[in-house]
Structure formats: structure tokens, C-alpha cells
Write a protein that binds this ligand. Structure first.
Ligand code: N01
Length: 865
């Protein structure tokens, strides 16, 4: 009990912390809290420690992360005292380990076994939780932590007739402790997830007949179990601390090579070699990391998926069974892949049979067996390996009532909502270890558990030091985190699968992506940042006063952040420190390394007449039969950099998404030819393209002018001029993060002056090269200052982290005020550059699709002018 609480008198809590669950998480939390001088009670429904490893005793149960990594790392002494016997330890060995840990740190004395926590109510006046247990005990505590595991509540059997079966029934997740003798029995196994796939080969060894009822085939690779891998043991022996630190800062919680090999571009022999190496390694993160893009790119994913299917076909003798065992309805990795020991070969045994429920669904379970659409089968035993109400089942299963009488179940009725996957608004002093919105099940649980326990313990120590007794996230912080979790998932292929990660296995459960897929490393960085910024996004209160640093910890799109980090690590010189020719050479070199953009029907290079000589253009034609609408495009580059090729991936993307001919035209650049040369060239290009639209393959009067950045400036300038001069007919204008004014003093300029590639100094450098200060207020330099009435409909795109954001918004607002139809697309979490980074910043695709949707609508509307 803290000093404050001891002084609090009878109204104070009985203990500082109540913890639910004595698995990996509960045990370590108890150890750490106790070491920090907190009083703790742990309640555990089972009769011993172990959590999931207490309950899941089915034959073949093992971990699927190598035990060298699936282990506590907080105490080097503990690591020296315990040696795992196998690469993937069995359930009994892992349970013995947790019992050993409990004994070694004398943890049992604070754990109450055989006791389920049934409810916890927040008392807002006293600022404490009142916890109710199945034995009738009531305990008050300052902090209430659920360490209940992500896969601890078995899914209720949802098969018609299940209660009628008169034979033996077992659940893999609640296997009898005394074991089950299946010798000579006719056994049915329903379910082919990790539990089914691990147990089926061992059940087959005993059963007289085994029938496996498979609804969805799962990807599974051989575990190649045996002694712990020598290379890993050597790394640990050489420098344990370095190895454990690498795990903490890895993507999945296991030190692993991070490849940059893309499946889609790698040569066949490289693909094969990488896949075979991962197959031989028999490790989840190896097979999930064959290619850098397999988790996001369907084509790359399919390469891995098909190689796994080839393996299945090579193992299983009967071609029909082999095909039924080949997963085809989800991308590899979007449901948790399994590690097995002889699973597929089990189907070559004469007494083992697969029933494909996709072809012949179960109609009912009877007193004596299972009926499918085509047959009746009699069994002595049915084994359900049908999974869990994952991630939230155990949390909402307890009657947790927060402030204002709202239960967690009610609050999460449409899906979990958390700050950092740990805390939730309305539930002060409440934590869910490895909760939804944290890496948890996508990571090595041992590492993620230690990280959460350490963070929570450090937090409670900080609160005590500050004299604070309550902590609760703020709504903006929680909304921001939920958004970030969803943004991370949206880039990946994961949400496409009907997986338990999506809540899809439990009828009626909200369909959202439950865990955080942004990586253990990024997640840890976010949590560390919250603490380092004195609890950003949390409200703290107590005798020490009140504090609230409200805010959102991650606002950039996750892939934008990755690109920015990668660029920062390269330590590139700022463009404005270079001469224009150096900056151009540098840009050309970096453009040479980017993905080319999507295929289009045809690419044609040409020239058109400009006021001071020919202007080069590149035309991108859709593959569909023409004629097409035409988009005249002006590149970005601050009027100093770039040419008709420099935004090629973006032009290709626009062409494919809008089914329009895109004509990217070059213009003269500063400082060699300063303002208004670029604007004059752009005007000439508009006139020429307008006049030659039909020859270019365009539909008459279906011309849109588009441009990015300085190109967006030129779009605004030439559409104003076309209105002034009575043509050409422009159906619409697309301004992508445009320059519309020259003041460089907006809020967004201040906020985003540095760190997002287009910096305030770079923008000044551009302006200085382009235009004399005294001419920058002319409307052909700063179109926001022009007359805006009577302009064609506009799509104005702004990016949140862009110095130019506010002038883009100002232009959209000014157009609207002048009665010009405007669609403003605000790209949340994006930078000035990121929307143009086709196939690099994948989150940009959604924004470009939104733009394309509006452009297509513009093309369908009758021309205004
Ligand atoms: O559960 P699952 P699990 N009729 O949900 C099927 C971890 N774990 O216990 O896919 C017919 O994966 C269901 O079919 P479908 C690991 O993270 C780890 O196996 O919904 N079939 C599926 O085939 C794992 O991912 C280890 O179409 C029905 C199966 O039952 C997670 O726990 C070991 C059905 C359930 O698979 C869950 O694994 C074990 C119905 N009505 C578990 N309902 C290690 O190796 C469900 N199914 C560490």
C-alpha cells in the first residue's frame, strides 16, 4: 500500500492493485509490482498458475514461437537457471517453467487460486475499484489490471445438435488433466486451426478411426522441432542482453532479418531460395517475412501461398484430399499460420479421413455422431478444436463497470476502443495487459507481456512519485490511437480474412481488426513516448494535483512515418543547401529508385509549341478503348525541379484510376527562367492540349487541368486565365497540395516547418529562385489573390503535415465563397510528398482513389463553360 493510501484511512483501498490471471502476464506483473513496494492480490480461476498453459493440455500442445524467445527475459539469473529442452517446448514443460517462476519468486502467497473475478466496479468518489469474486470476497484496490490472456475464453459450440451427442466430448482448450485414452476409438475432430493441427497427428496415433471436419484449410508449415537452434543459442550465449534488446525492438518480438526483397520483383530463383530457407527454418516470422511486401501486396502474397500449396500437394498422396487441404480463401498470414509436426502426412494414414465442410457442411450432430449434407458418421468421441472468443472475450466476460455505470461490454459493443491497447476512457486506473490495440497476438507474447508489465509498473511508480492516484486516457488520445490502429491494419491484407483477428469466428462479434499490426518496435516507441512526454493523452489526478497533457501520440499515417524515418536515417543533405543543378541531379537519382507506377495502355512522348520553344510532354493512355477524357498535368518541384517525367508514377496512377488520358507537360524552370515563364508555358500547354484533344485520343470538352505543388499553382493560374480569355473549355481543376499564396506565414507553415520533406526553408528557396518578392502578390504567382468567380469546379487536396496545407484550404474556401463548386479532400496523416509516392506509401492509394472518384464524376457532368 502506498504511503498516501495508508494515510487515507478506512476509505483507502485494501490493496494497491488487483490483478486477474496468473499466466505469464499476471506472474510477472505481481513480481514487478511487489518489488516496487505495491501491495497486490492476484485472482486466478484455475487451481494453479499457468494461464493458457494450465488449460490447453491437448495432445501435441506446444508454443509456436521458439522457446529461446518465448520466455521471460527480465532476470538473467532466471535465464541461467532454466534450460528449455526443445526448440518448441511442450505444454507440460511450459507449465513447469511457469510453476518454477512462481516458486522462484515466491509469487503464490499473493495469488488466490480457484477464484474467478466476477465483477469490478469503479467508485468515483473514493477513486478505487471494488472487485467481486466467485467466492464472495470483495476487495477494494486503487488499480485493477486484467492479465486474462487473449485466447482464454473458448468459443461456445455453435453447431446444430451439439448438446445431443451421447459419446465423449472434449475441447482442446479444456483438455482433461488426467489425459484421455483414445485407443481403439472412432474420433471426430472439428476445427483445423493451430489446436486442431497440433493435436490431429497425435490423436491419429491412438484412434482406430479419425475423421477431421475442416471448414477452412489453414496454412501450416513444419515446425522442424528438435533441439533449440544452435545459432540462436550461440547468439544468446555471446551477448544475451543484445539479443533481448534486439527482440524488444524487432517487428514481432523475435530478432529476425528484415528483408527488402519484394516478392513481385524478385527473380524466381531468389523467391524459391528465400521460401525454402523459411520452410526449413520452421518459424512463423521467417515464413511471414519471405518478402517485404507479402503482407500488403496480393501478388507477392500469392507467391508464398502457392509455394506452401505446392508443399501440401507434394506431401499428401490423395490429390483430392491434398487440394482440399490447400488454403485458397485467404491471403497467407491473414489467419495465423500454424506450425505442425506431421499434420499433412497424417492424411496419408489409412484410418484418417478429411471431410471438407465447404463441400458437405455439417447438418447436425446426432446422439451417435455427425451428419453432413451427404453422409452420417458414427463416433465414440468428438473433439472440438473450434477456437476462442479472442482478445476481448475474457475482458468483457467480467462485469467491469466504469465511471457513470457503463460496463466495458457496453462501451465495446461495436468493437474495442483503447488508448495504447492498455487503457480505455471511462475506466480510470484500469489496464488490460496485451489488450486489443496492442501487438499481443501478432507478436511474441513473452516480449509484449514484459513490455506492458514494465510500462504499467513504471506508470504506477511515476504516479506515486507525483502524488497522483488516478489515471485515465482522454477521448482525443483514445480516438487517435483507435485511428492509428485502424490505419495500420488498413495497409495490410489482414482485414480481408474471416479470422479471429477480425472477430469473424464468433457470430455477432464486431468485425474490426483487434490487434495492433504496426510492430512491436513501433508500439514500444509510442508507449515510451507517452511516458517521456509526461503521459501524453492521459488525465492524472490525486493529492499531488491535476495534470492533463492532451494529445494524440501517432498522427502520421504509419507508412508515411516509416518513409520519413528511413529518410531521416539516410541523413540526406537538405535540398536548399544544394545548387539547383545538384538538387535536380539528386532528385533524378532518387526518382530512379522508386517503383514505376501501374501499367497503362500506352505511353507516348511528344512536343508542343511553347512561347520560347518546344515543350516536351509524356502522354499516358488507358488500356481501355478510347476516346477518353483528358487530364493536362503539371509536375511539382517548386518551379525549379522536375520535368514531364518526374511525377510519372502519379500520372500512371491517375490514368489507371480515372480512365483518362494524362498529358504531363514540362515547362521552363527557375532560376534559369524565372516567373512568369512557367505560367506562360503552362498557358501555352493548356491552349495546345485544348485544341488537340481529339488527336490525343480525348473526348471534346472533357479536359481537366491537374497539378501537384508548384504544378497545382500553375493549374490555378491557367484556369483563371482560361476563364478570362474565354477558353479553352476546362471541365475541372485538380489541385494537389498546391502553392496558392506567397506569404509563407500560415499556421501550417509554422507547424510543419521541418521534418516532412517540404520544409519552410525549402519553400523559401523555391520562391526565391522563382519570383522576385515584389511580384509574388500578382495573381499569376499567388492565385489566391486572383478573381475566383466563374472558375470550373475544383478538387483541392491538402495534406495534414504540409506547410502548404492552410493555403490549400484557403483556396478551397475562397473558391467556395465565389460560388465555384469545390470538393476539398483533406489527406489525414499525409505530407506534401506522400500522396505522390505510388506503391511506396500505400495509404496514399485510398486518397488517390477518392480523388479519382471525384474526377470521374466531373467527367460525367456536363461542361459548365
Ligand atoms: O482456434 P482457431 P485454435 N464448424 O480459431 C473451426 C493460438 N494457438 O484454438 O476457420 C466447423 O484458429 C474453424 O474454422 P474457420 C494461435 O494463435 C497457438 O486452433 O472458422 N468448424 C477453425 O478451423 C491460434 O491461432 C498454439 O472456418 C468450426 C477452427 O475451428 C489461436 O490460438 C496452439 C466451427 C478454430 O481455429 C487459436 O487457435 C493452439 C464450426 N461451427 C492455439 N467453428 C500454438 O502453437 C470453428 N471452426 C502456440
Amino acid at each position: 500500500m502506498t504511503a498516501d493510501d495508508r494515510n487515507a484511512g478506512p476509505a483507502g483501498p485494501q490493496v494497491d492493485v488487483v490483478v486477474v490471471g496468473a499466466g505469464f502476464a499476471g506472474l510477472y506483473l505481481l513480481h514487478r509490482l511487489r518489488a516496487e513496494g505495491f501491495s497486490v492480490r492476484v485472482f486466478e480461476a484455475a487451481s494453479d498458475v499457468g494461464g493458457t498453459w494450465f488449460w490447453n493440455r491437448y495432445p501435441g500442445a506446444r508454443c509456436d514461437i521458439p522457446t529461446t524467445d518465448y520466455t521471460f527475459s527480465f532476470d538473467p539469473e532466471l535465464e541461467r537457471e532454466w534450460t528449455w529442452s526443445e526448440k518448441y517446448a511442450t505444454q507440460p514443460e511450459i507449465l513447469r517453467y511457469l510453476q518454477f517462476v512462481a516458486d522462484r519468486y515466491d509469487l503464490r502467497r499473493d495469488i488466490t487460486f480457484d477464484t474467478r473475478v466476477e465483477g469490478a466496479d469503479w467508485d468515483d468518489v473514493a477513486g478505487l475499484w471494488v472487485v467481486r469474486t466467485s467466492t464472495g470476497e470483495t476487495v477494494s484496490c486503487r488499480h485493477y489490471v486484467m492479465a486474462t490472456g487473449c485466447l482464454s475464453v473458448p468459443k461456445a459450440p455453435d453447431i446444430e445438435g451439439a448438446p445431443r451427442f451421447a459419446g465423449e466430448v472434449y475441447f482442446t482448450s479444456r483438455w482433461p488433466h488426467e489425459g484421455v485414452d483414445l485407443t481403439g476409438k472412432r474420433v471426430a475432430v472439428v476445427g483445423t486451426g493451430s489446436s486442431g493441427i497440433q493435436s490431429i497427428p497425435l490423436i491419429a496415433q491412438q484412434a482406430a478411426q479419425l475423421t477431421v471436419f475442416q471448414r477452412t484449410p489453414n496454412f501450416s508449415i513444419p515446425a522442424h522441432n528438435g533441439p533449440a537452434p544452435a545459432d540462436r543459442l550461440a547468439q544468446l550465449a555471446a551477448d544475451r542482453d543484445a539479443y533481448r534488446t534486439a527482440a524488444k525492438w524487432s517487428r514481432g518480438g523475435v530478432p529476425a532479418e528484415v528483408t527488402d526483397v519484394l516478392g513481385v520483383t524478385a527473380p524466381e530463383e531468389v523467391r524459391r531460395e528465400r521460401f525454402e530457407a523459411a520452410w526449413e527454418a520452421g518459424e512463423l516470422f521467417a515464413i511471414l517475412g519471405v518478402f517485404a511486401d507479402q503482407g500488403v501486396n496480393p501478388a507477392s502474397n500469392e507467391i508464398v501461398a502457392e509455394m506452401v500449396r505446392e508443399k501440401i500437394r507434394s506431401i499428401v498422396d490423395d490429390p483430392e484430399t491434398a487440394e482440399a487441404l490447400c488454403p485458397k480463401d485467404h491471403y497467407f498470414g491473414t489467419k495465423r499460420p500454424c506450425l505442425d509436426s506431421g499434420y499433412h502426412a497424417t492424411f496419408n494414414m489409412p484410418h484418417v479421413r478429411l471431410v471438407d465442410l465447404r463441400k458437405t457442411p455439417i447438418t447436425t450432430i446426432t446422439e451417435t455422431g455427425i451428419d453432413t449434407a451427404t453422409e452420417s458418421n458414427e463416433f465414440d468421441v468428438i473433439v472440438y478444436a473450434t477456437g476462442f472468443d479472442a482478445m476481448t472475450g475474457a475482458l468483457v466476460g467480467v462485469d467491469v463497470t466504469g465511471r457513470d455505470g457503463v460496463t466495458l461490454k457496453e462501451k465495446w459493443a461495436d468493437g474495442p476502443s483503447t488508448y495504447l491497447g492498455l487503457t480505455t476512457v471511462g475506466f480510470p486506473n484500469f489496464c488490460a495487459l496485451t489488450g486489443p490495440g496492442s501487438p499481443s497476438v501478432l507478436s511474441n507474447m513473452a516480449v509484449s507481456i514484459e513490455q506492458h508489465v514494465d510500462w504499467v509498473t513504471d506508470c504506477l511508480v511515476d504516479l506515486r512519485a507525483k502524488g497522483m492516484t488516478t489515471i485515465e486516457p482522454t477521448p482525443p488520445a483514445e480516438d487517435g490511437w483507435n485511428q492509428h490502429v485502424a490505419d495500420c491494419a488498413a495497409i495490410s491484407l489482414h482485414p480481408t480474412a474471416n479470422s479471429w483477428y477480425m472477430g469473424a469466428n464468433v457470430p455477432g462479434k464486431p468485425r474490426v481488426f483487434y490487434p495492433y499490426i504496426g510492430g512491436v518496435d513501433n508500439y514500444r516507441a509510442a508507449c515510451d513516448e507517452v511516458r517521456a512526454t509526461d503521459y501524453l493523452g492521459f488525465r492524472l489526478s490525486g493529492p499531488g494535483g491535476e495534470q492533463c497533457h492532451d494529445g494524440v501520440v501517432r498522427r502520421l499515417q504509419p507508412d508515411v512515418a516509416l518513409v520519413l524515418d528511413a529518410m531521416a536515417q539516410m541523413g540526406l543533405p537538405p535540398l536548399e543547401s544544394m545548387s539547383p543543378p545538384e538538387a535536380r541531379a539528386f532528385m533524378e537519382m532518387s526518382n530512379g529508385m522508386r517503383p514505376p507506377g501501374p501499367d497503362v495502355g500506352e505511353v507516348v512522348d511528344g512536343v508542343l509549341p511553347g512561347p520560347a520553344g518546344e515543350l516536351e510532354y509524356r502522354l499516358f493512355r488507358p488500356a481501355s478503348p478510347g476516346p477518353h477524357p483528358v487530364v493536362l498535368y503539371f509536375h511539382g518541384g517548386g518551379w525549379v525541379l522536375g520535368d514531364q517525367l518526374s511525377d510519372e508514377p502519379l500520372c500512371r496512377d491517375l490514368c489507371v484510376r480515372t480512365d483518362a488520358v494524362v498529358v504531363s507537360v514540362d515547362y521552363r524552370h527557375a532560376p534559369e527562367t524565372r516567373y512568369p515563364a512557367a505560367a506562360e508555358d503552362a498557358w501555352a500547354a493548356l491552349q495546345w492540349v485544348g485544341a488537340h484533344a481529339i488527336e490525343l485520343g480525348g473526348i471534346p470538352d472533357h479536359l481537366v487541368v491537374a497539378g501537384w505543388s508548384a504544378g497545382g499553382n500553375l493549374v490555378a493560374v491557367v484556369t483563371q486565365r482560361a476563364r478570362n480569355e474565354g477558353g479553352p473549355v476546362v471541365r475541372g481543376q485538380l489541385l494537389l497540395t498546391p502553392v496558392t499564396d506567397s506569404t509563407m506565414d500560415t499556421g501550417s507553415f509554422e507547424e510543419n516547418a521541418d521534418g516532412y520533406v517540404l520544409t519552410a526553408p525549402l519553400m523559401r528557396w523555391f520562391w526565391d529562385h522563382y519570383c522576385d518578392p515584389e511580384r509574388r502578390t500578382e495573381s499569376t504567382a499567388a492565385p489566391l489573390r486572383g478573381e475566383l468567380g466563374g472558375l470550373p469546379p475544383a478538387i483541392v487536396v491538402t495534406a495534414e503535415f504540409d506547410p502548404l496545407r492552410d493555403e490549400g484550404i484557403a483556396y478551397a474556401e475562397a473558391l467556395r465563397a465565389a460560388d465555384v463548386p469545390v470538393e476539398h479532400v483533406a489527406a489525414r496523416g499525409h505530407t506534401h510528398m506522400s500522396l505522390t509516392m505510388v506503391d511506396v506509401v500505400l495509404s496514399g492509394a485510398r486518397v488517390r482513389e477518392e480523388i479519382a472518384l471525384r474526377l470521374r464524376a466531373l467527367f460525367r457532368q456536363p461542361a459548365e463553360v
